[in-house]
Design a protein around this ligand. Structure first.
Ligand code: PLP
Length: 405
C-alpha cells in the first residue's frame, strides 16, 4: 500500500480521507521478509495475521461442489437461508446465545460487516470510541462515512480493553458508539461478561450503539470463571461482528456476518443490497459445511494447536526477558514490551528481520500510546518455526549485548 502524498492530493481530485487512511507499516517489513526468502534465506514469520492452515477439506469440497453445481449467481443480500440457519444454530448450541436466522446478515468478511454498520449507524462527525491499541482498519471504516475514530488508551491491567467508566468519561454530545473486540487484535485481550456489561451500560445510558467484534471468539483457549465474549447474553442491543476468516480458516473466501437487533435489520439489508448486492455465493455454500461435525472437529483441533503455540511462545519470550503482562485467553497474538532491549519497536523489528530473519510487527501499526515500545507476535506459524524464531531472538539479544532482566 502506498501512502498518498500531500502533493498528489493537491494536484489530483482525491478525497481528503485518501490522505488520512494509513498504510500498514508491517507491509514494507513483510515485503522485505519475503524478499529475503526469495534470496534463499529461511525467515520466521511472526507478522502474519491469518491462520497458516488452509481451509479444511470438507469446506473446500463443498465449495467445489457449489461451483460444479452452478451456484455462481447472486443470492439474497443477507445471504442464503441455510447458512443463516447454520450460523444461528452455532450461537444456540455452541455459544449458548439465542440468535435467530433473521438477526443474521452474511457479509464480505467482518470487514463487510463493519462497512455496513458504519453506513447504517454513523453520520458525518459522529465519534466512534475504540481502544488504543486496536485493529488499525477500524479507523478507516469510520473515515469512510466521515465519522471520527477516537482512540482511548487501554491498559494491560484491563487486558487492553476499554472500561465502562472510561467510556462514560469520554462520551461527548458527538459520540455515537463504541467498537470493542474480544479477543482483540493485537493483544488477545478479552472482556469478561462483567466488563462488557459495564461498557454496554455506559453506552446505552448515552443512547449510543455497541459494536462488538468477536472475530476471534472461536479461538478462545481457556475456560474463564467470569465468562468471555458473550455478546447477546450480555446485551441484546449490541451488534456482533464475526467472520469465517480466523477460527474457520477461510480468510480468502471473504465471508463473515453481523448479528443485528431487530430494529436495524432492515436498513442494514438495504445497505447490503446497494453496496454489495450479495456475499460470494460459492463461499456461502462452502461455509455451511464449516459447521459440519467433521469440519468442526478439525477447527477445534487447530484451536488446540494455537493454544500449544501460545504457551510455547509465552514461555520462550518470558525466558528471554520480554514483559508479557497477561497471557491472552484467545486469538493468535501476543503484544510484547520490548523496552528492555533499549530499542524502539520499529528499530527492533527492522533489525530483527534484517540481521536475524525474524519478522515481527511493530506496535506503531496498532495505536499511539505505548506503541513504540511494543511489538505483536502472531503465532500463525508452526511450533518448529516458533522454536527457530526464539533461538534466533536469543542469539540476537546476546549479539546485541542485551541480557534477560
Ligand atoms: C479484529 C479484526 N476484525 C476484523 C478483521 C477483518 O477480518 P475479515 O474481513 O477477514 O473477516 C480482522 C482481520 O485481521 C481483525 O483482526
Amino acid at each position: 500500500m502506498v501512502a498518498v502524498s500531500k502533493d498528489a492530493q493537491a494536484s489530483h481530485p482525491l478525497a481528503e480521507r485518501a490522505g488520512v487512511v494509513q498504510p500498514f507499516r508491517v507491509m514494507e517489513l513483510s515485503k522485505r521478509a519475503f524478499a529475503y526468502e526469495a534470496q534463499g534465506h529461511t525467515v520466521v514469520h511472526f507478522q502474519l495475521g491469518e491462520p497458516d492452515f488452509s481451509t479444511c477439506e470438507p469446506v473446500v469440497a463443498a465449495g467445489q461442489a457449489a461451483l460444479a453445481g452452478g451456484l455462481t449467481k447472486y443470492t439474497n443480500a443477507d445471504g442464503v437461508q441455510p447458512l443463516r440457519e447454520a450460523i444461528a444454530n452455532y450461537y444456540c448450541t455452541t455459544l449458548g446465545q439465542q440468535v435467530a436466522p433473521d438477526n443474521i446478515l452474511v457479509t464480505a468478511g467482518a470487514s463487510g460487516a463493519l462497512t455496513l454498520l458504519m453506513a447504517a449507524l454513523f453520520d458525518p462527525g459522529h465519534e466512534l470510541l475504540m481502544a488504543d491499541p486496536g485493529y488499525p482498519c477500524n479507523s478507516a471504516f469510520a473515515h469512510l462515512v466521515n465519522a471520527v475514530p477516537r482512540l482511548l488508551p487501554a491498559s494491560s491491567e484491563h487486558e487492553y480493553q476499554l472500561t465502562g467508566e472510561q467510556v462514560q468519561a469520554a462520551w461527548t454530545e458527538h459520540t455515537r458508539g463504541v467498537l470493542l473486540a474480544s479477543p482483540a487484535n493485537p493483544t488477545g485481550g478479552m472482556l469478561s461478561a462483567t466488563a462488557l456489561a459495564g461498557v454496554c451500560d455506559a453506552v446505552h445510558a448515552n443512547n449510543g450503539v455497541v459494536l462488538l467484534d468477536e472475530i476471534y471468539s472461536g479461538l478462545v483457549f481457556d475456560e474463564r470463571p467470569d465468562g468471555y465474549s458473550c455478546g447477546w447474553e450480555v446485551d441484546r442491543d449490541a451488534f456482533l461482528v464475526n467472520s469465517f476468516s480466523k477460527f474457520f480458516g477461510m480468510t480468502g473466501w471473504r465471508l463473515g456476518w453481523v448479528v443485528t437487533p431487530d430494529w436495524a435489520r432492515e436498513p442494514l439489508e438495504r445497505f447490503a443490497q446497494n453496496l454489495f448486492i450479495s456475499p460470494s455465493t460459492p463461499a456461502q455454500y462452502a461455509a455451511i459445511e464449516a459447521f459440519s461435525p467433521a469440519a468442526m472437529a478439525e477447527h477445534e483441533r487447530r484451536r488446540d494447536v494455537f493454544r500449544e503455540r501460545r504457551d510455547l511462545l509465552v514461555g520462550g519470550l518470558s525466558q528471554l526477558g520480554f514483559d508479557i503482562p497477561f497471557v491472552p485467553g484467545g486469538g493468535f497474538f501476543l503484544y510484547v514490551d520490548v523496552s528492555h532491549t533499549g530499542m524502539d519497536a520499529e528499530t527492533f523489528c527492522w533489525r530483527l528481520v534484517d540481521e536475524y530473519k525474524v519478522a515481527v510487527t511493530p506496535g506503531t501499526d496498532f495505536g499511539v500510546v505505548g506503541a513504540a515500545q511494543h511489538v505483536r507476535f502472531a503465532f500463525t506459524t508452526s511450533s518448529e518455526q516458533i522454536e527457530v524464531g526464539l533461538e534466533r531472538i536469543r542469539t540476537a539479544l546476546s549479539d546485541w549485548g542485551i541480557g534477560a532482566t
